[in-house]
Design a protein around this ligand. Structure first.
Ligand code: NDP
Length: 285
């Protein structure tokens, strides 16, 4: 059984990006820049933002922190996004969600210049992904695909089952798996809360992707022998963090599996950095 080490893979990616940035800086290029907008005092968001800013620093990316009070108006937030759009030192704009009540996240996401949409949430980015055009891919599904590439687990010709259809994980992941290429070309089934026999669907999967947010919901009897199981779920339980897979019963059947924590989680931030560096390559001049 292969235990997919997302923590190490993410560290490798940060080091590779850092080396690329350092080499370009030695040639006189400016550093990549990421604007990080956090509104309000949500404790989980504060932790995520701190981790993102720390990871940026490690890869030589300059972060421009904008930590605003929960009382910030929609108009002020839109003005800040416009400033970041216009700032040539900013390659990417991260708007940490959820926003406090009263602010319209959709309007704010739409206001982000698609050229700087490193989270890949803008409809232009989503449309590009669905058309198979180059563009920013939402970080968690991008991180999943990067793990498959780095562990050489090609999906071409395989049956993939994605459990979850959210805009940030399930849906874009299904699109990536259905694209052409060695790490694509899968026959993809998307399951959700109205899927009648989830266990039977899961048992069909050569590649099982779990993004439900239901602690240890998928058990060994629901998994085909030799399947690759990528567990995106992060669930807080009294015993600590766990995934959507019941690791104890699923891992003996899996050919490869991601642990929680230490699997997909660290990859999300690594792909945010990667998207920022991708934008910088195009804009640094
Ligand atoms: P959402 O709550 O937006 O979506 C969950 C999806 O799972 C929905 O499509 C829902 O179906 C489906 N679902 C829920 N329960 C069941 C069930 N019993 N059977 C079948 N389908 C079900 O969650 P997200 O996509 O935002 O996140 C999913 C998980 O991934 C969470 O645990 C989250 O914490 C984690 N996550 C991890 C990240 C990382 O960095 N590793 C990043 C983002 C999320 P329906 O649409 O019908 O409601």
């Amino acid at each position: 059984m292969i235990l997919i080490d997302g923590k190490k893979t993410a560290a490798d990616i940060r080091a590779e990006l850092g080396a690329e940035v350092a080499a370009a800086r030695a040639e006189g290029h400016r550093a990549p820049g990421l604007a990080v907008i956090l509104v309000g005092e949500d404790p989980a968001s504060q932790v995520y933002v701190r981790n993102k800013e720390r990871a940026c620093a490690e890869a030589g990316i300059v972060s421009f922190p904008h930590h605003l009070p929960a009382t910030t108006s929609q108009q002020d937030l839109l003005r800040l996004i416009a400033e970041c759009n216009a700032n040539p030192a900013v390659d990417g704009i991260l708007l940490q969600l959820p926003l406090p009540k009263g602010l319209d996240a959709q309007e704010c996401l739409l206001a982000i210049d698609p050229e700087k949409d490193v989270d890949g949430f803008h409809p232009v980015s989503v449309g590009r992904l669905s058309l198979g055009l180059p563009g920013f891919v939402s970080c968690t599904p991008a991180g999943v695909m990067e793990l498959l590439r780095r562990y050489d687990l090609p999906t071409s010709g395989k049956k993939a089952v994605v459990v979850g259809r959210s805009n940030i994980v399930g849906k874009p992941l299904a699109m990536l798996l259905a694209r052409s290429g060695r790490f694509g070309d899968a026959t993809v089934t998307v399951c959700h809360s109205r899927t009648p026999d989830l266990a039977e669907q899961c048992r069909q999967a050569d590649f099982l992707f779990l993004a439900m947010g239901r602690p240890r919901c998928i058990t060994g009897d629901m998994v085909r022998q030799g399947a690759v199981v990528i567990d995106v779920g992060i669930n807080r339980t009294p015993e600590g963090l766990c995934g959507d897979a019941d690791f104890a019963s699923v891992s003996p059947k899996a050919h490869a599996i991601t642990p929680v924590p230490g699997g997909v989680g660290p990859m999300t931030i690594a792909m945010l950095l990667s998207n920022t560096v991708q934008s910088w390559r195009q804009h640094r001049a």
